[in-house]
Design a binder for this molecule. Sequence first.
Ligand code: SF4
Ligand code: SF4
Length: 394
Amino acid sequence: MNRITQCMHGRGTVSGVMRHRHKQQGDVPSNFLAFSGMYRPVVFWNITDRCNLSCTHCYNKSGPDRSTAGELTTTEAMGVIDDLADMGVPLILFSGGEPLMREDIWDLALHAGSRGLKMALSTNGTLITREVAGRIKECGIEYAGISLDGARAETHDRFRNLPGAFEQTIAAFAACREAGLRCGVRNTLTKENCHELEEIVDLAISLGASRFCLYWLVPAGRGIDSYSRLQLDKTEVTDALSLLYKKAKETDPATMEFLTVDAPQDCIHLLASMEKDRSEDLADARKLLESLKGGCSAGTRVANIDAQGNIFPCQFARSPEFLVGNIRSQSFSELWNDSQNPVLARFREKQAQFKGRCRTCSHRDLCGGGCRVRAHAAEGDFYAQDPFCFFEEP
Ligand code: SF4
Ligand code: SF4
C-alpha cells in the first residue's frame, strides 16, 4: 500500500510507528497495532463467494451462481472472530463476494464489535439503501469501501456487468453520508477507465468519500482472463500516479486520503515527486517507507481468510501454492505465528532470493520487490522480478 497522503502530509506518523513498535498489545493504540512486535495483521475476510454482480476483474470469481456449500458456518465464523480478538488484530475487513449477501453479517459484526474489534466493509454498494447504511453503522462497522470504476454509468456498468449499478452505487454514498458512516472509493484502474481517472476522483470528492484507494489489476481470479487486455502500460501508470500526486497535494488531507494498492514500487514515484517539489515532508516520508521494510504487507501486516476458512498471505495470493492453512484444522493465530509455515516464511524472508531486476535494484529495500503475485503469475517463479515495475535505474 502506497500511502500518498500520509507521506505528503503526515508529519509525526513515523515517530508514532517507532514509539509503539515493541510495546505489549494492550499498550498500543489500534491504529499502530499492525506495526507492533508480533504479527497482528489487518484481516481481509471474504465471508462469502456470492455476489449480486459478476465483475470482469473480480479476484474472487464471485457471482450470483457461486454456491454457499463449504462456507464457514455462523458458529465457525464466531470462533474466528474470538481468535482474532484474542490475538488483537487491528482491523477486520468484511469482504466477499458481496458481504451484505451473507445473512448473518449483522450477528458477526455485532459479535466482533462486542469483542472490541474494529471493522470495515468492502462492498459494491448496490445493496446499500438508507436502512442498510443505518444498520451497518449501528452494528459498529466504521467504514465502507465502495467500488467505483467509472465516472460515467456506461463505464462503471460495463465493468460491473449490470446496467443501473452506477446509480445504485452513487445512491449508496448518499445513504452512508446520511447515516454518518465514513466511506471511501475503491477504484480498479485499467485501460477501460484510466482516461476517466480525474473525473472519478472529482466525483469521489463530491460524494463525500474520505478515501480514494486506487487498485492496479492483479492476475487473480477473473482478473487472469482479462489481464493482458486491461493492464496499463508505463505511460498510463506514470500519468495516473502524477495525477493522484497532484490531487493529494491540492486536497485537504482531512477531507480525503489518497492511496495506491498492489504495487509497492509506486513509492519511488511518490518520493521522486516530493523531491522535485522540495517537500519539507520528504525526509519523514522516506523514513516511514523505510520503516515498513517494503510496501507489500502480504504475510505480515495483511492476511486473508476466504469463505471456506482457507488462509492466504493476502487476498490476491490465492493460488494453491500460497495456501497457509485452514482454520478448520488449526486456528488463525496459531498458523499466523508459526515461524515454520513454509508459505509465510517465503513471504517474510523473500528479499534475499529475488531474481532479475528486483535482485540488483537500488530501491529493493524501499519497495520490497513489488508484488510477488504478479511475479509468480508472469514467470511461474515467486522470486522473479515484478513485470509491472517500470522503474529504470539511472
Ligand atoms: S503480494 Fe501483491 S497483491 Fe498481495 S499485498 Fe503484496 S503487493 Fe499486494
Ligand atoms: S525492480 Fe523490483 S525492487 Fe526495484 S523498484 Fe521495481 S519492483 Fe521494486
